[in-house]
Design a protein around this ligand. Sequence first.
Ligand SMILES: Cc1cc2nc3c(=O)[nH]c(=O)nc-3n(C[C@H](O)[C@H](O)[C@H](O)COP(=O)(O)O)c2cc1C
Length: 197
Amino acid sequence: MSERLGVIVGISGASGAAIGARIVERLAEDPRCALHLVISPAAERTLAEEVHANAPARLRGLAFRCHAHHDIGSCIASGSFPTRGMIVAPCSIRTLSAIAWGQLDNLLVRAADVQLKERRRLVLLARESPLHLGHLRTMAQVTESGAIVAPPLPAFYLKPRSLAEVVDQIACRAINLLDLPGVSAPAQAWAGETARA
Ligand SMILES: Cc1cc2nc3c(=O)[nH]c(=O)nc-3n(C[C@H](O)[C@H](O)[C@H](O)COP(=O)(O)O)c2cc1C
C-alpha cells in the first residue's frame, strides 16, 4: 500500500463532542489514513459529559498517534510534517478565535494555523448559538485565511431517524470537505424532488 495520508483531528470543548468522536472512529477505520489526534482539556470534559467517561481514552486508543494539547514541539506543529488537512470538531469559539487571530499557544491551534500557512484544508465545525457580531467577524477572518467554517447542523432534508444518524451525517460531511484523495465517507445527499405545481 502507498504511504498513508496524515490527517489531524482536533477536538475542542464545544458541545457536540459526539461528532468529533464519530470523525475519529471513521478516519481510524480507514486504512488509507494515519490519524493524528489532539484533545483540549475542555474537550476532555465535554467528551466525558456528553459521550462517556471513557471517551477520551477510547478515542486515543483508536488514533495512529495522539499528541498532548500543550506539546507545541510535536511533529504536527511543523509545516515540514506531511499532513493532508485537519478537522476541528466541534470547534469552540475560544479555539476558533485563537486560530483566526493567531493566538497559537497550544498544539491544536498551532497545527490548525500550520494547515492554513501550508495551504492545506482546515475544516472548523464551529458550534455556538446564538452568535454575536464578534463571533461572525471571527468566522469571516478565519475564512479569509483559508479555513472552511462548517457549523455542525442537522440535514433535516435527509429525515434522520436518530441523533446517531445526525451525528454520523455531520461527521461524513466534514470528512468529505477535507477532499482527501481516494477517501470519501458515505454521506447521504439530497436526491432532488420535483416540486408539485
Ligand atoms: C458542557 C460544556 C459545553 C460547552 N459548549 C460550548 C459550545 O457549544 N461552544 C463554545 O464555544 N464553548 C462551549 N463551552 C465552553 C468551552 O469549553 C470553553 O470556552 C473552553 O475554554 C474552550 O476551550 P478549548 O477551545 O481550548 O477547548 C462548553 C463548556 C462545557 C463544559
